[in-house]
Write a protein of this length. Sequence first.
Length: 138
Amino acid sequence: MKVSVEWKGDLTFEATAPSGVPFVMDASHDEDSAPKGPTPLEVMVGSLAACSAVDVVGILAKKRQVIENYRIEVVGERPEPGTYPRPFTALTVRHIVKGKDLDPAAVERAVSLSDEKYCSVAATLRQNPTISTEIVIE
């Protein structure tokens, strides 16, 4: 998979994924203007939540569980500002599911399957993948 990110000025970047759908990230901290998108770190954490949510919703649908409302909250722990880098040292993924006659065992199983088997984002974060850097000057 290849994702391309292009600078759009200031600290704003537009990413284009293989789907062809672009999205904007903004790391600007300018109090005079509204951010143009989430920060890259927010996108990463949101990707973890969305990856798991896709799995859980699909699994529960196959189990004929009717979801009325579902959200995921991800709480991250990081070193204090001023320490660099500031990687997450812990992430807690909280699934909040509402539905009529939901089977708690089915919900638990769906979350477990996502967490342990299907969510590629969680699996990647757990693997500590090797990251290499290349430089091309045009």
